[in-house]
Design a protein around this ligand. Structure first.
Ligand SMILES: C[S@@+](CC[C@H](N)C(=O)[O-])C[C@H]1O[C@@H](n2cnc3c(N)ncnc32)[C@H](O)[C@@H]1O
Length: 252
């Protein structure tokens, strides 16, 4: 039996209730079925990347899903691995749903700013799906530093970003925010505050007290900037849907 088999298959599965429609809408899901189905697909993709980089969560390890929302990826992850699964988000409505629907996931509401309630060097694996895709630059930096603090030396992190593949997909769908592939390469980091967060209606993204928008990254930017905090192990293009997955290692 290899490490993958040993880590999997021994975890209880609890029936999930249908989340409130506004929570589904916030992550772009039209209904419960599509939310569950995409969550499984994203988990399978994540599993493939965990396996490729020798990071499949094992029993006894501590894993964090940062910015978990209503647990689209967290539930299938918790049903797959025997590791301890933490999940946090600034949205109390999303965390309430996760808490009410899983005995396996230790979910908690976090503040928009660090710190998280972990001692230094606690976590073995951190993943975040579609979170660094919305941060303005100051939030990006402060959360990379916090991730460095709370992860163990040698820990791996898997953070999705919107890069070229996402931009191509947006362009194919006719979404035009004025960003071209050339502009993205030139600027490296482009944050556009958008309608996804109406400051006059904080309920739209509960708990998000800063700007919220669409953040695009070039690979060069990631390699030059994120390497101040982590070793860049690899960048997996379209590793999470149309988003790229940045594989990082804590080398503190
Ligand atoms: C696009 S959703 C993705 C949710 C989830 N990861 C998924 O894939 O379904 C982005 C999430 O990031 C959360 N978020 C935004 N800023 C955050 C912060 N500073 N700390 C923790 N979560 C944050 C939002 O509340 C939201 O649930």
């Amino acid at each position: 039996m290899d490490g993958v088999d040993m880590a999997m298959g021994q975890v209880e599965q609890k029936q999930r209730a249908v989340p409130p429609q506004e929570n589904l809408t916030r992550i772009g899901a039209t209904d419960f079925e599509s939310y569950v189905k995409l969550g499984e697909i994203l988990k399978d993709q994540l599993h493939e990347i965990f396996a490729r980089f020798d990071s499949v969560p094992q029993k006894g390890m501590q894993v964090l899903d940062f910015g978990c929302g209503i647990g689209r990826v967290t539930f299938p992850v918790a049903e797959t691995y025997g590791a301890k699964i933490f999940a946090c988000d600034v949205d109390p409505t999303a965390i309430k749903y996760v808490q009410e629907n899983s005995d396996r996931i230790e979910a908690f509401v976090s503040n928009y700013d660090p710190p998280l309630p972990f001692e230094d060097s606690t976590l073995d694996v951190v993943y975040a799906n579609s979170v660094w895709t919305h941060f303005p630059q100051d939030a990006e930096t402060m959360w990379l530093k916090e991730m460095r603090r709370i992860t163990k030396p040698g820990a791996r992190l898997f953070l999705s970003v919107a890069a070229r593949e996402t931009l191509k997909a947006h362009q194919a769908r006719g979404l035009d925010d004025g960003v071209t592939l050339d502009l993205l390469e030139e600027k490296g980091f482009i944050f556009i505050e958008n309608m996804a967060h109406d400051k006059n209606n904080p309920e739209r993204w509960p708990g998000v007290t800063h700007e919220y928008g669409l953040t695009r990254h070039s690979h060069d930017y990631i390699r030059n900037t994120w390497s101040k905090y982590f070793r860049i192990v690899d960048i997996v293009e379209a590793g999470s849907g149309r988003q790229d997955v940045i594989v990082l290692e804590n080398i503190k």
